[in-house]
Ligand binder design. Structure first.
Ligand code: G6Q
Length: 548
């Protein structure tokens, strides 16, 4: 086990100098003019040949502008980029987050008890399970009503206070797994420093039935600490006794000192470690609200799903490896077709927060402009991820994907079984998944439009060029386990891309500057400071102050 702080794999050939990159550039010129209609006509078995599966996940990537050769070249690019070595370094606990000198071990959060994963010679898996066990004990007490609030009542509402990685995973997982949640309890999430978020979340609530989970890795984040103090005041105002805090506040953090200073008993603190990145932390104690909602057993199922996908990523040959294939297809469009964005369209209402979750995972991880060695990249890195659940998006922005001028490769995610069978709803939903993939790929020609008797001047407006690529991911059913696999699939896809782009996917320095400037400007707003600003910012501050 290495304890080195240096990059895990040796000096790199610049990406654009790799033989596979050059071959892909030449290959792109052959593929770009080709239409999916031709590619399908030429390869009768394409629909099943360009597909891969793992357990109940079936990934159809045949509607991509690729041939078998494209995939071979992309796989060569992954190999020449050292993907397997980087992957193994991550699983071995090496400090692959070089700019922060940290290991990247979210995979340890879902490792079974008996697995050994070492950081600096120490097996971290026992600590992971120790915290999971404490969380489970706490969750069982709250869920059963054994945990009583200050006035002896059971907890009815749980409010997670956190932001970014300490919010998006918990809220996404709660929404996704709401079907499995304890319905007598209500779960809310406060993240924004905008007081509206707190005010609306607590509107009409009784503090004596409310539990706050203050989730912050650092316990210093402005938004979370502001909301946490407001929550404390709100609770004290209703309960009128400092002793009540111990019954209504718990903390999830790596910073015991700050937790104690805030007034939360560290016996009610659930810890995690510096090798858990914020956006990779939903399996750590940051997932406490998820465990409270669905119970320890189902939470364990979710972790088992993550772990299953980890093992698939770690062991499956690259050409059958779902995260690798998805990651490389992203590279193909980003770096060769120049596609700027990726559409994420889950056809499941429970996944309504999944696109927002993925935005942080993908864009904070791979939105980088320098390589691991500090050189400015001369190619594009992270794509812009966005999306909404289907079918809603079809009645708004899909127009641009079908007939606009931009290429937007999209992921369509569907489930074979619904959790809420109601008449023919599910068949209609799934018919739309398949119809969209088909329409985007094959479009509608002018001849077809004319044959329908359309007036000649209207024909061009009704033509669909097609050749719009999609992946379709078909999963059996939305369960804690399949959610775990789904999230891990994208985590490792992001990793794959980061390795190819030679960047640090695990730091987030880009978040810092705005945070620091905001702290300075607070002084300008309350008049305690008179910082120098550019003329625009100075005028905005003056305008705001003049109108208060
Ligand atoms: C995620 C980022 C960021 C972080 C938040 C909250 O990878 O680091 O989104 O999660 O800024 O940080 P704290 O948990 O420390 O409050």
């Amino acid at each position: 086990m290495s304890t080195a702080a240096a990059a895990p794999v040796g000096a790199k050939t610049p990406l654009t100098q790799l033989p596979a990159w050059k071959a892909l550039q030449a290959h792109y010129r052959q593929i770009e003019p080709r239409h999916l209609r031709e590619l399908f006509a030429e390869q009768p078995g394409r629909g099943t040949e360009l597909a891969a599966s793992f357990e109940d996940f079936y990934l159809d990537y045949s509607k991509h502008r690729i041939t078998g050769e494209t995939l071979d070249l992309l796989l060569e690019l992954a190999e020449q980029s050292g993907l397997t070595e980087h992957r193994d370094a991550m699983f071995a606990g090496e400090r692959i987050n070089t700019t922060e000198g940290r290991a990247v071990l979210h995979v340890a959060l879902r490792a079974p008890r008996e697995q050994v994963i070492e950081v600096d010679g120490k097996n971290v898996v026992p600590e992971v399970h120790e915290v999971l066990d404490r969380m489970a004990e706490f969750a069982n007490r709250v869920r059963s009503g054994a945990w009583k609030g200050h006035t002896g009542k059971r907890i009815k509402t749980v409010i997670n206070v956190g932001i970014g990685g300490s919010d998006l995973g918990p809220v996404m997982a709660y929404e996704a797994l709401r079907f499995y949640s304890q319905r007598e309890m209500e779960f809310k999430f406060v993240s924004n420093v905008d007081g509206t978020d707190f005010a609306e979340a607590t509107y009409g609530l009784s503090a004596d039935e409310t539990l706050f989970i203050i989730s912050s890795k650092t316990f210093t984040t402005l938004e979370t600490m502001t909301n946490a103090h407001t929550a404390r005041d709100w609770a004290l105002q209703q309960l009128g006794d400092e002793k009540a805090i111990a019954k209504h506040f718990v903390a999830v953090s790596t910073n015991a000192g700050e937790v104690a200073k805030f007034g939360i008993d560290t016996a009610n603190m659930f810890g995690f470690w510096d090798w858990v990145g914020g956006r990779y932390s939903m399996d750590s104690a940051i997932g406490l609200s998820t465990m409270l909602a669905i119970g320890p057993e189902q939470f364990g199922e979710m972790l088992a799903g993550f772990h299953a996908m980890d093992e698939h990523f770690r062991t499956a040959p690259l050409g059958q490896n779902l995260p690798v294939i998805m990651g490389l297809l992203g590279v193909w469009y980003n770096n060769f077709f120049g596609a700027q964005t990726v559409g994420i369209f889950p056809y499941d209402q429970y996944l309504k927060r999944f696109p927002a979750y993925l935005q942080q995972l993908t864009m904070e991880s791979n939105g980088k402009h320098v390589t691991l060695s500090g050189d400015t990249v001369n190619y594009q890195t992270g794509q812009i991820f966005w999306g909404e659940p289907g079918t809603n998006g079809q009645h708004s922005f899909y127009q641009l994907i079908h007939q606009g001028t931009k290429l937007i490769p999209s992921d369509l995610i569907g489930f074979v079984e619904t959790l809420n069978p109601l008449g023919k709803h599910h068949e209609y939903l799934m018919a739309n998944v398949f119809a969209q993939g088909e329409a985007l790929a094959f479009g509608k020609t002018a001849e077809q439009v004319e044959a329908e008797g359309t007036k000649p001047e209207i024909v061009p407006h009704r033509v669909f060029e097609g050749n719009r690529p999609t992946s379709t991911l078909l999963i059996q059913k939305l369960t804690p386990r399949s959610l775990g696999k789904l999230v891990a699939l994208y985590e490792h896809s992001v990793f794959t891309q980061g390795v190819v782009w030679q960047i640090d996917s695990f730091d987030q320095w880009g978040v810092e500057l705005g945070k620091k400037l905001a702290v300075d400007i607070i002084g300008d707003l309350d008049g305690s400071k008179h910082n120098q600003h550019d003329s625009s910012t100075a005028a905005l501050i003056a305008n705001y102050r003049g109108r208060e």
